[in-house]
Design a protein around this ligand. Structure first.
Ligand code: NAP
Length: 314
């Protein structure tokens, strides 16, 4: 695959990022017989690939694992000829009518259109001990690391859908899951909250922030501060799972096109960014909802708009 990449080819569409939005855009572009490449620097699927169970994507009444869902997306897109390339795009610019993409490995590629579906990454707490204990008790992925915490108490930090859903998953392994949230109430969907509060293995710890993650070779506990009276307390746990939201993977786009103050790509309703010929879809776009169904819809719109752009401009 790699040897086929060439500066001499003017591709129709290059998609950057292989999550639900990117693979859907890829499916539509490939079916439209556009000469399309999809670049993915890490694991296909992004956040959804590490989600244990997706229950709200239509068509799967029993739910489906994120990994399996992504596998199906990929299979379907590749059946129509989408080419997936494991490389990282480091910069893009518009030169005349074309978009130039610079790869981390030094190659330059040219395309008529680009669809950015770079998604987002877990936000960090930024407290002492967090970096130090990554892979030694601190984790951002329950599906990846949950089984390592069999029979021991753990803390989950956050109050959104991810914290609630992953707390439920982690009860399969941990002896107790302390769900630590900085507010009185969770913001997770009601049906997830109901499941959390009826689970005997989950203890909700409201109005607390993590001040520090402590331990020796591995995590041994967290220092909590009460948000109402600032009192400190210790919670003895052997694992800390952090689910406090996401940050868009858009640092490499700074200066190339318009981002909002949080780094999300600004588009119009046709998924057009401020750089002509460049479209964006999914969780990297301003207004992201973190829903696979939305990412899929936006990926579809971006592909249709890219095709239209090619017809009108080339
Ligand atoms: P989120 O909805 O942004 O929630 C982040 C949570 O972390 C909030 O409760 C927030 O507290 C808390 N938080 C943020 N910064 C913090 C800090 N520094 N210290 C302590 N707590 C902090 O993030 P998410 O749960 O990862 O979800 C991301 C998106 O994916 C959402 O749109 C969500 O709906 C979607 N998602 C959907 C599903 C599903 O449909 N089943 C599953 C997972 C995720 P505050 O409440 O105080 O702001």
């Amino acid at each position: 695959m790699t040897q086929e990449l060439s500066e001499d080819i003017l591709y129709d569409t290059i998609i950057v990022g292989g999550g639900p939005a990117g693979l859907t855009a890829g499916l539509y572009c490939a079916r439209a017989k556009l000469n399309t490449l999809l670049f993915e620097r890490g694991t296909l699927g992004g956040q959804i690939a590490i989600t244990d169970l997706v229950e709200n994507y239509p068509g799967f009444p029993e739910g489906i694992s994120g990994k399996e869902l992504i596998g199906r997306f990929k299979e379907q897109a590749e059946r129509f000829g989408l080419r997936v390339v494991r490389k990282e795009v480091s910069r893009l610019e518009r030169v005349g009518k074309e978009i130039f993409l610079h790869l981390r490995t030094g190659e330059l590629l040219r395309s008529k259109t680009v669809i950015l579906t770079v998604g987002s990454n877990p936000r960090k707490l930024g407290v002492p001990g967090e970096e130090e204990f990554i892979n030694r008790g601190v984790s951002y992925c329950a599906t990846c690391d949950g089984a390592l915490f069999d029979g021991v108490p753990i803390a989950v930090v956050g109050g959104g859908d991810s914290a609630a859903q992953e707390s439920l998953f982690l009860t399969r392994f941990a002896s107790r899951v302390y769900l630590v949230h900085r507010r009185e109430q969770l913001r997770a969907q009601k049906h997830l909250q109901e499941k959390v509060f009826s689970n005997q293995k989950i203890t909700f710890v409201p109005n607390k922030v993590v001040e520090e993650i402590r331990g020796g070779d591995f995590v041994e506990g967290v220092l909590l501060r009460d948000t109402r009276d600032n009192s400190l307390s210790q919670l003895p746990v052997e694992g800390v799972f952090i689910f406090i939201g996401l940050e868009p993977n858009t640092v490499f786009l700074k200066g190339s096109l318009e981002l909002d103050d949080k780094g999300y790509i600004i588009t119009d309703e046709r998924m057009r960014t401020s750089l002509e010929g460049v479209f964006a879809a999914g969780d990297c776009r301003r207004g992201a909802t973190g829903q696979v169904a939305v990412a899929v819809g936006e990926g579809c719109i971006a592909a249709i708009e890219a095709e239209r752009h090619i017809e009108e401009r080339f």
